[in-house]
Design a protein around this ligand. Structure first.
Ligand SMILES: NC(=O)c1ccc[n+]([C@@H]2O[C@H](COP(=O)([O-])OP(=O)(O)OC[C@H]3O[C@@H](n4cnc5c(N)ncnc54)[C@H](O)[C@@H]3O)[C@@H](O)[C@H]2O)c1
Length: 246
């Protein structure tokens, strides 16, 4: 039982969550946790085989999940995703935007317009009608455009939270540190011995103790979706241990 007298078992029972970029990594862990906490969850990402694999795995665990392909940069895919949630679950109560890209590791200077457009489109424009995007606080060298896109989400969260407050819609942003997924390999490769160290390019990356696991992010998102968080909106919440926030 929580301090508010709310029973946390099945805290999200019969609620409906849509999670983008949820066939692997942080998104998958969030989808699993929300379903374990009782929600009906719609999983999505770009490839049918990945959606099928993730849905099958969670259904084997006895969880209530459906899945559909959704490239978040495509308007028709996003519409189909919402339609699927309406059809299977009768609505959407939580939207968790995890899809993110970083096709560039290198200097921001001279980065092509095409790369800027891709990163800003997927990482910033798409979460704009959403709740709980995943974003950044302190950037690293060589991830400049990505840093810009994720830092924009901090302002997006604040602004959207204000705009949507009259509709009683909350908007919060999870700011992970270095979490062990395929996505962060490019950053983790520079760590030596899990302590303060130099990356191969010479830039300093800070991490003391250990990297995070995707599950470290999932519980916080479940909390943010729960009634215990009903007075929390417009916040950027770091789950970063002692590592840099990506
Ligand atoms: N891993 C970290 O250390 C870390 C830290 C901070 C923020 N993040 C952010 O967390 C989010 C999830 O990353 P992850 O580490 O779990 O990586 P991941 O590669 O394991 O998962 C990313 C998921 O997004 C999907 N995806 C990518 N582009 C998409 C698109 N256009 N449309 C739909 N789906 C798409 C991929 O298929 C995959 O399922 C990203 O937004 C990333 O920027 C990750």
């Amino acid at each position: 039982m929580s301090s508010t007298g709310i029973d946390r078992k099945g805290i999200l029972a019969e609620r409906v969550a849509v999670v983008t970029g949820s066939t692997s990594g942080i998104g998958f862990a969030i989808a699993r946790r929300l379903a374990q906490d009782g929600a009906h969850v719609v999983i999505s990402s770009r490839k049918q085989q990945n959606v099928d694999r993730a849905v099958a795995q969670l259904q084997r665990e006895g969880l209530s999940v459906a899945g559909i392909v959704c490239h978040v940069g495509k308007a028709e895919d996003r519409e189909r995703l919402v339609a699927t949630a309406l059809e299977h679950c009768g609505g959407v109560e939580f939207l968790v935007c995890c899809a993110g890209v970083n096709p560039l590791v290198g200097s921001m200077l001279g980065t092509s317009e095409q790369i800027w457009d891709k990163i800003l489109n997927v990482n910033c424009e798409v979460p704009s009608p959403a709740a709980e995007p995943v974003a950044a606080l302190h950037g690293e060298e060589e991830l400049g455009v990505y840093n810009v896109s994720k830092t924009a989400l901090l302002a997006l969260t604040r602004t959207l939270a204000l705009e949507l407050a009259p509709k009683d819609i909350r908007v919060n942003c999870l700011v992970p540190g270095v979490i062990k997924t395929d996505f962060s390999k490019v950053v983790r490769i520079g760590y030596v011995g899990m302590s303060l160290s130099s990356s191969t390019s010479g830039s300093i990356i800070r991490c003391r103790g250990k990297f995070g696991e995707p599950e470290d992010c999932a519980g916080v998102v479940s909390f943010l979706c729960s009634p215990d968080a009903s007075y929390i909106t417009g916040e950027n919440i770091a789950v970063a241990g002692f590592s840099s926030r990506l």
